[in-house]
Structure formats: structure tokens, C-alpha cells
Design a protein around this ligand. Structure first.
Ligand code: SAM
Length: 388
């Protein structure tokens, strides 16, 4: 077993840190063209720290502290955000936690909070040394293991309460079908082994992954969380259990919204039916975690709202359904002739031939404001709805 080597701390010299902090808003391209004022620290290394602090401000503000070191851009991009990590941390508890793909350790830092013993495995030695430095600064203890997780698993004789993994994409081809085999590690190869040494295996996956495909290839799934933040789906998190589970509970979450979580059992959508209607007083736009889950009929049934059209994922009712997981608008149908040029609207296009940009051009509209124009189709044909 190889433990992480400690990070060189030239970047932490006070004059270097002063220079970094003085250049947080400097144009990084022009900075890169300059010669570093320090003989032992290159300008690339300085710029890496500045970028890190800029990313941390939005993504992980808990790291904006003296003594923290930031890794290269790719590791910053691959790291989870503090917001989603906090959500996941509230679900997990136990004695022994291991993150087999530590990366920059954001997930591990939060997810391991409710555990007594923490182990981080990471193949990238430089990255793990940075994490070790940062955890020391933050006053957190862990065992840091610099190894390929496959090798670690071959040597390992321990059991864990929770194994966490956030596999990396092998390539950046976004158009390709997203399969588990495209990830490192290949979960399909190790899932049996993981379930033999841990009660629970929690895997973070990209929002691009197909849920039906996941259920068809992974063993013992007990739970799937579809996590959006401000209506942007960020993660699919799959929970595997060492005990065979009879059902898979799915949770559609929209963090930092007033909307409550929508839970359902995987497969329920298959037997659910929508009622259809022309637009009534209220229009409902499901949040994107619901749309990703594809539970279009189930939400019609559960919330007693009627769907506008089989391919239009908009719903309607006369009585307001306050706890609907999405945006609720009071709206009326208008004629296109009623749309005044240069007026300001948030434009939504759902199951409509024109995209919002094209609609804006066609009607000479401005973006924004408090009102919505929805271009869509009901069973009777194309319609325009205006929020009141
Ligand atoms: C997406 S990142 C993890 C980010 C992390 N969850 C965070 O919040 O910072 C995936 C990490 O897994 C590591 N990794 C991928 N395959 C691995 C393997 N076979 N063994 C060990 N580490 C691996 C990569 O080097 C990368 O740092």
C-alpha cells in the first residue's frame, strides 16, 4: 500500500500567497505571459492557484482559507460542488467510510462527516498530496492511499459501511451513448466485489446516464437520487445494497428551491396514466429532475393535474396544487396578434416547432421580466399561453 506523499508547500510561502491574493481579478492570459517573481514557483503554478480560488468562490467556498492548495483545472471541474455534497452527506452515516475515487476530495470531505474512520483512495499522487494538505488545514483526519482502486481492492481485507465512488469519464465525447464501461473505474467489473465488502455502495453518475439502462446493468439497486440544483440536474446518485432490495426508491430533488422532493418506486410510471385537458387556470412546468426521471404520467396521477398533450410535459388544473414539484403559473391562452412588439417576456417553448430564440426574433420580443409566454401544443393543436 502506498501512502500519499506530502505536497511541496512553496505555494504557501507568505510572499507567494500575497502575490496570488493581489492578482485574483487580474487577466490570467496576460499574467501567464509575465515572468514569475519567484525563482521556485512558476507563473503556471500561480495561475493554477488563482483559478482554484475563483472556482472555489462559487463551487466550494469552504476552501477559501489560508493554507489551502488548489489542483489543476481538470480536477476542479471533476470535483462535486459543496451544495450537492452536503445533500449526500445528510443521507449517509456509519463507522467506516471509503471513497475509492477521491479526486479533489469534496465529496469525501462532506460525505464522511458522519463516520468514525475515513479512507481516501486516489491514483493521482499529486492530487492526493494536495487533498492531504488541505484536510490537515481543515482539521480532518483520514487514511490517504495513493493506489489504483483495483489494486487496493485486490489487497484489501477490510469491510466498510459505505463505499463511495465518483468515476471519471474516460473521454470527452459528449455525443456518444453514455455507458458505464466509458467510466474509470468500470463499475460493472467490480460491483460484485464492492458489495461483498460493504453494506452500501454509493455511486455518483452524470445526468446524461439513462435510468432504465442503469437498472438493467447494476445489481441490488435500492435507491436512485436525481439531484438538481436550481433546476439544473447535476448528478444521478445510485445506491447499491449488500441485501437484495425488492424495490428501488427514486427521489427527484431540486436543491435551493421551495419544491419538495418527489419520491416514487422505479417502474411505477409503466402503470400510470395521464388525464388530458385543454389549459385551465393553472399551468405546471415540472422541474428538470422530474423530467430526467421521465415520470410524466405518474405526476399527472399523483398531483391530480392534467397533461396538455402526450408529448407536451406541461400540466393544468383549475384548483392550485401548491406542492407540485416545479413552476406554477396562472395563465391564459392568447392569440399571436395580441403579442406586442418589443414587450418583455420569459419565453418557453415546449413541443413547439420554434426555439425561444426564433420566437423572440419572429415576434420582436425582449427577454426577461416577470411574465412568461409559453409556446406549446395541446391536444387541439398549437397554442400560446401568457402568464397573468
Ligand atoms: C470525478 S473525480 C472525483 C471527484 C470527487 N468526487 C470530488 O468531489 O472531488 C474521479 C477521480 O477518480 C480517480 N480515478 C479514476 N479511476 C481510478 C482508479 N481506477 N483508481 C483510483 N482512482 C481512480 C481519478 O484520478 C479522479 O481523480
Amino acid at each position: 500500500m502506498i501512502f500519499a506523499k506530502s505536497v511541496g508547500n512553496k505555494l504557501l510561502y507568505s510572499d507567494v500567497q500575497k502575490y496570488i491574493n493581489a492578482n485574483l481579478t487580474t487577466d490570467l492570459h496576460s499574467l501567464l505571459l509575465k515572468k514569475s517573481p519567484f525563482s521556485e514557483v512558476s507563473m503556471q503554478e500561480i495561475v493554477q492557484q488563482i483559478k482554484g480560488k475563483q472556482v472555489a468562490e462559487k463551487k466550494f467556498p469552504f476552501l477559501l482559507k489560508e493554507g489551502i492548495i488548489f489542483p489543476p483545472q481538470l480536477n476542479l471541474e471533476q470535483a462535486s460542488s459543496e451544495k450537492t455534497a452536503v445533500y449526500k452527506s445528510e443521507i449517509l452515516k456509519g463507522k467506516k467510510f471509503i471513497d475509492l475515487t477521491s479526486g479533489f476530495g469534496i465529496d469525501a470531505y462532506y460525505l464522511s462527516k458522519n463516520f468514525d474512520e475515513v479512507t481516501l483512495v486516489e491514483q493521482n499522487a499529486e492530487l492526493l498530496a494536495i487533498v492531504e494538505n488541505n484536510w490537515t488545514v481543515l482539521g480532518r483526519k483520514a487514511r490517504f492511499i495513493n493506489q489504483k482502486l483495483e489494486d487496493f481492492l485486490n489487497e484489501n481485507e477490510e469491510n466498510f459501511d459505505v463505499i463511495y465512488m465518483d468515476p471519471a469519464r474516460r473521454d470527452n465525447n459528449k455525443n456518444k451513448v453514455f455507458l458505464l464501461e466509458d467510466l474509470s473505474p468500470d463499475i460493472l467489473q467490480i460491483q460484485k466485489k464492492l458489495l461483498s465488502i460493504s453494506d452500501e455502495v454509493v455511486i455518483k453518475l452524470s445526468p446524461l446516464i439513462d435510468l432504465k439502462y442503469l437498472v438493467s446493468v447494476l445489481q441490488n439497486i435500492s435507491r436512485i437520487d436525481i439531484i438538481a440544483w436550481k433546476n439544473d440536474v447535476k448528478e444521478i446518485v445510485v445506491f447499491l445494497s449488500s441485501k437484495e432490495s425488492e424495490e428501488i426508491i427514486c427521489n427527484c430533488v431540486n436543491l435551493e428551491s421551495e419544491e419538495s422532493t418527489f419520491n416514487y418506486k422505479f417502474g411505477e410510471e409503466e402503470n400510470a396514466h395521464s388525464e388530458y385537458a385543454e389549459p385551465e387556470k393553472f399551468i405546471y412546468i415540472p422541474n428538470n429532475s422530474i423530467l430526467k426521471a421521465g415520470v410524466f404520467n405518474l405526476i399527472s396521477e399523483n398531483f391530480k393535474v392534467k397533461k396538455l398533450h402526450p408529448n407536451t410535459h406541461l400540466y393544468t388544473s383549475n384548483e392550485k396544487v401548491e406542492d407540485f414539484p416545479g413552476r406554477i403559473l396562472e395563465a391564459e391562452i392568447i392569440d399571436s396578434k395580441q403579442i406586442k412588439k418589443k414587450s418583455q417576456f420569459n419565453i418557453i417553448s415546449k413541443n413547439y416547432p420554434l426555439k425561444p430564440e426564433e420566437i423572440k426574433k419572429k415576434y420582436g420580443l425582449k427577454d426577461g421580466g416577470d411574465h412568461y409566454l409559453i409556446f406549446t401544443q395541446s391536444k387541439k393543436g398549437k397554442i400560446i399561453l401568457k402568464s397573468v
